[in-house]
Design a protein around this ligand. Structure first.
Ligand SMILES: [Zn+2]
Length: 73
Protein backbone atom coordinates (compact mmCIF):
# COMPACT_ATOMS: atom_id res chain seq x y z
CA UNK A 1 0.00 0.00 0.00
CA UNK A 2 1.31 3.42 -0.96
CA UNK A 3 1.46 6.06 1.71
CA UNK A 4 0.04 9.32 0.43
CA UNK A 5 1.14 12.53 2.05
CA UNK A 6 -1.79 14.90 1.80
CA UNK A 7 0.53 17.83 2.35
CA UNK A 8 2.82 16.96 -0.55
CA UNK A 9 2.44 19.06 -3.70
CA UNK A 10 0.49 17.33 -6.49
CA UNK A 11 2.68 15.53 -8.99
CA UNK A 12 1.92 16.35 -12.62
CA UNK A 13 2.12 13.48 -15.09
CA UNK A 14 5.15 13.74 -17.37
CA UNK A 15 4.88 15.56 -20.69
CA UNK A 16 5.50 12.94 -23.37
CA UNK A 17 4.46 14.45 -26.73
CA UNK A 18 2.80 17.33 -28.54
CA UNK A 19 -0.38 16.98 -30.59
CA UNK A 20 0.33 16.79 -34.34
CA UNK A 21 -2.77 18.90 -35.02
CA UNK A 22 -3.11 21.56 -32.34
CA UNK A 23 0.37 21.41 -30.84
CA UNK A 24 -1.08 20.91 -27.40
CA UNK A 25 0.85 19.13 -24.69
CA UNK A 26 0.19 15.41 -24.25
CA UNK A 27 0.82 13.95 -20.82
CA UNK A 28 1.24 10.34 -19.78
CA UNK A 29 -2.22 8.92 -19.22
CA UNK A 30 -3.90 11.14 -21.84
CA UNK A 31 -6.11 9.53 -24.49
CA UNK A 32 -4.48 9.86 -27.93
CA UNK A 33 -4.47 8.45 -31.44
CA UNK A 34 -1.20 7.60 -33.18
CA UNK A 35 -0.52 8.78 -36.74
CA UNK A 36 0.48 5.87 -38.96
CA UNK A 37 2.86 7.69 -41.32
CA UNK A 38 4.83 9.74 -38.88
CA UNK A 39 4.54 8.07 -35.53
CA UNK A 40 3.15 11.25 -33.99
CA UNK A 41 0.09 11.54 -31.84
CA UNK A 42 -3.07 13.60 -31.85
CA UNK A 43 -4.74 14.47 -28.62
CA UNK A 44 -8.29 13.93 -27.47
CA UNK A 45 -9.05 17.64 -27.28
CA UNK A 46 -12.44 18.12 -25.68
CA UNK A 47 -14.80 19.96 -28.02
CA UNK A 48 -12.22 19.98 -30.81
CA UNK A 49 -11.60 16.58 -32.28
CA UNK A 50 -7.97 16.84 -33.36
CA UNK A 51 -7.96 13.30 -34.74
CA UNK A 52 -10.85 13.96 -37.13
CA UNK A 53 -9.49 17.31 -38.31
CA UNK A 54 -5.96 15.99 -38.70
CA UNK A 55 -7.21 13.09 -40.83
CA UNK A 56 -9.54 15.23 -42.94
CA UNK A 57 -6.76 17.67 -43.83
CA UNK A 58 -4.61 14.81 -45.12
CA UNK A 59 -7.24 12.72 -46.91
CA UNK A 60 -9.39 15.34 -48.65
CA UNK A 61 -8.08 18.14 -50.86
CA UNK A 62 -11.37 19.60 -52.02
CA UNK A 63 -14.98 19.78 -50.93
CA UNK A 64 -18.08 20.72 -52.95
CA UNK A 65 -20.54 19.43 -55.49
CA UNK A 66 -19.32 17.05 -58.18
CA UNK A 67 -20.24 17.98 -61.73
CA UNK A 68 -20.99 15.84 -64.80
CA UNK A 69 -17.26 15.70 -65.65
CA UNK A 70 -16.40 14.20 -62.26
CA UNK A 71 -14.88 17.44 -61.00
CA UNK A 72 -15.69 19.59 -58.01
CA UNK A 73 -16.89 23.03 -59.06
ZN1 LIG B 1 -4.75 18.36 -30.34
Amino acid sequence: MTYLDRFAPPVDPPLVAYCAHCGGEIYAGDEVKRVDDGGGFVCHNYGTDCATRYAEERVFDAIGTINIRGEID
